[in-house]
Design a protein around this ligand. Sequence first.
Ligand SMILES: NC(=O)c1ccc[n+]([C@@H]2O[C@H](COP(=O)([O-])OP(=O)(O)OC[C@H]3O[C@@H](n4cnc5c(N)ncnc54)[C@H](OP(=O)(O)O)[C@@H]3O)[C@@H](O)[C@H]2O)c1
Length: 331
Amino acid sequence: MKALLCKTIGGPDDLVVEEVSAPSLGPDEVRIEVHACGVNFPDVLMVQGKYQVKPELPFSPGLEVAGDIAEIGAAVEGFNVGDRVIAMTGFGGMREEIVVHAGRCLTMPDEMDYETAASFVLTYGTSYHALVDRGYLSSGEKVLVLGAAGGVGTAAIDIAHRLGAEVIAAGGSDEKLSQLKALYGVSETINYNEEGPELRERVKAMTDGRGADVIYDPVGGTAFQQALRCVNWNGRILVVGFAADSENLPKAATNLLLLKGSSLIGVFWGRFSEIESDRNRANFDRLFQWYAAGELKPNISHRFPLAEGAEALKVLMRREVVGKCVVTLRD
Ligand SMILES: NC(=O)c1ccc[n+]([C@@H]2O[C@H](COP(=O)([O-])OP(=O)(O)OC[C@H]3O[C@@H](n4cnc5c(N)ncnc54)[C@H](OP(=O)(O)O)[C@@H]3O)[C@@H](O)[C@H]2O)c1
């Protein structure tokens, strides 16, 4: 079978597609014929050796896949050969077949196609966990989403709307922000790269001076420093990621938290999904119900075959993606 391989730490240009032998199957594992693999920012960091998870070389990028179960380990219950599943692989997804622990699989909703399924779990799982479990976002509240056009950002917009919250979408290009208006009906947007009033002043103007109730931050950098200064009394700032600079992490002036009675809250969906797997599954039951009812709109802006998997990582690095990018291996 074919696999996209990271054989040396470097970047997307160092990735190669090669024939590899199929992995053996353990008793608690399932073999999946991969139809599609979602691309995420951690893939970019992992091939550069900058992510907290550092897989042994060689490895395939790809944190999430959708496909069909081709074989089942002797101790596996609850799945059958032929089942359509989503698997949270951690890494290793960009290959024609993958073996994963059955506990990392979810049954794909009937209504979902493979590409959507492969690009749903990580972003929607993260943003639901962030906004609901960590941020207690409630109907009528105002949430500022930074990096709003990205994978977790678009999922945050979609989920916040479903929860009845109002969204201010902040991103780095007018073109991407206008796509968000068309896709998600966001009315308030801020381009944090353009000249003009600072992000915090724009947010205050959009909230009658109060600031945002919840700030969803997958970006870090200077955007985070601005966010600390435009949160409402009792506000919650969700630390989701550091897309702007994963090596120079932002520091918080704690007096700003004191003055607003606000909370700075860490979000790590991957650990949550392992440590609180039952709660994570309950979150997906709800997300899949919303999807089946047509209440969520996951967006895929870029699709690539496995042979062009490196390009899939590059479009993410060039900040061109609106929603998700996916590598498609089978129809
Ligand atoms: N905590 C968790 O559990 C969790 C889970 C998943 C992902 N994450 C993290 O969340 C962050 C976003 O992940 P994602 O998959 O949504 O990525 P993505 O689709 O690439 O989106 C990242 C967004 O960040 C913005 N950005 C700002 N500065 C950037 C830079 N220097 N390089 C690239 N993008 C930049 C971009 O928007 P503009 O161009 O509009 O500024 C882009 O849309 C990553 O740091 C990732 O590791 C965390």
